[in-house]
Design a protein around this ligand. Structure first.
Ligand code: BEZ
Length: 193
């Protein structure tokens, strides 16, 4: 089974030790499903990263036998990735480490916040959960139709994989932003080629 429990590793990745609050940047399910307490949330973006459905999900949106695909970030100089930033107290991270234990590691990144009118408002250091290609659940690139097919057919304890994708596409639309990879996959689910 392609599992690496990253919980303990993440508890050692204390980039914000001693801080009373932390900005956590969500680019996947965290955009539309924040099942934790937060102090504040603000639309934000990060630069140099692209969102891709390249991480296998054996525990949430698929099973070990039939993994689903969920979002991770790959390095892409000059690319902007929009999402939602949550200001949280540090105790929120422990349950997230457990929830995202299948390959995601905490990373520190610069965040840019947007005002209601979409202008750059301010900047801060933030935290992301990142699944890199060296984690055992990483699936990587594949033809778009194959990724869409896998997502359309995978189900896991957190529900159908397709709901993850369609909820993310909807949340990005509501943020007023575009993501060609996500939108093309969502389109494929509606009208497979
Ligand atoms: C996110 O939405 O940013 C996210 C959620 C779970 C794991 C990794 C990232």
């Amino acid at each position: 089974m392609m599992m690496l429990d990253t919980t303990t590793l993440n508890q050692q990745r204390n980039f914000f030790d001693g801080h009373k609050d932390i900005w956590l940047f969500g680019y996947g399910s965290l955009i539309w499903k924040a099942d934790f307490a937060y102090l504040e949330r603000r639309p934000a973006y990060i630069t140099g990263w692209a969102r891709r459905f390249w991480q296998g999900s054996h525990d949430h949106r698929g099973t070990p036998e039939a993994p689903g695909r969920v979002a991770t970030l790959i390095r892409a100089p000059g690319t902007v990735c929009h999402g939602m930033a949550y200001r949280i107290t540090p105790d929120v991270l422990a349950p997230l480490d457990v929830r995202e234990k299948n390959g995601y590691l905490r990373e520190k990144v610069p965040l840019t916040f947007l005002s209601d009118s979409g202008r750059v408002a301010s900047e801060a250091e933030g935290l992301i959960y990142l699944a890199t290609e060296d984690n055992p659940a990483f699936l990587g690139d594949a033809p778009l139709a194959d990724i869409a097919y896998q997502i359309a057919n995978a189900h896991g304890p957190s529900g159908p994989n397709r709901d993850y994708l369609l909820n993310l596409a909807q949340a990005l639309r509501e943020l007023g932003t575009e993501d060609a990879h996500v939108f093309a996959l969502a389109e494929q689910l509606h009208s497979p080629s």
